[in-house]
Structure formats: C-alpha cells, structure tokens
Design a protein around this ligand. Sequence first.
Ligand code: FE2
Length: 133
Amino acid sequence: MDAIVWNEAVHSVGHPLMDEHHQVLFDQVNRFVELYCQPDPSKIDYFNALVALSDFVNFHFSQEERMLAQIEYPNLDGQEAEHTKFVDKIVGYTTRLNLQDLPQLTEFLAHWLIQHILVEDMQYKAHVQRAAE
Ligand SMILES: [Fe+2]
C-alpha cells in the first residue's frame, strides 16, 4: 500500500490551522502504512501508532468542532457524529490490540481520512472563507 499524500489543491479546507492538522493526520496514517509494509511489525510500534493517532485526533476534533461552533456552522452535529464514530472505532482497535487488524485498519484509516476531508470537511470550506472576510 502506498503512502497517502496531502495536496493543497485537492485537500485544503480553506483554514490554515485545519490544513496543518490534516497534514499531521496524513503523517500519522502513513505511520500505519509504513508498519503494514514491514515484514514483521512489532506490537509496541502498532500500539504507539494507535496512541499517537488517538491523542492527535482527539485534539484535532475538539479544535475543529470549536472553530465550527465559532463560525456557527450549520452542520456541526453531523461533524460531531462522524468524529465520535471514528474515535469509537479507534478505541475498539486499541482495546483489541491485534496485529492482524493492521491491514484492515490501515486501509480504513487512509480511506476514512481522505473521504472525511473531501466530503464532510469540504462542506465547511465556504463557511470558513465567508467568516474570514
Ligand atoms: Fe472533521
């Protein structure tokens, strides 16, 4: 599986800090891609990648939700619901801590992140830009 690459023209949501956070998330997902490509990934590396991801994701989601509340984004509920579902899923994988989940989890993370940015987050781009004017 190839690393995922953040591309400003495709993935920018019009908010520099959120774009920066999203790039960190790409790096964190790529940590799973790297592990997945190793012949014999270690469980501790897998655990550390999960912990780093969930720490940053919790931080990012709370900042993103706060920013959306500030600009009175109408679909904040939808964002929160998506974020909660994602966090629950990561908690599930962390609790199981089974290296056999690595391929499936890596595919899920790469797909989820890109889809979430392109579909959910892109919907707030116009609101963010209007609020900045
Ligand atoms: Fe989001």
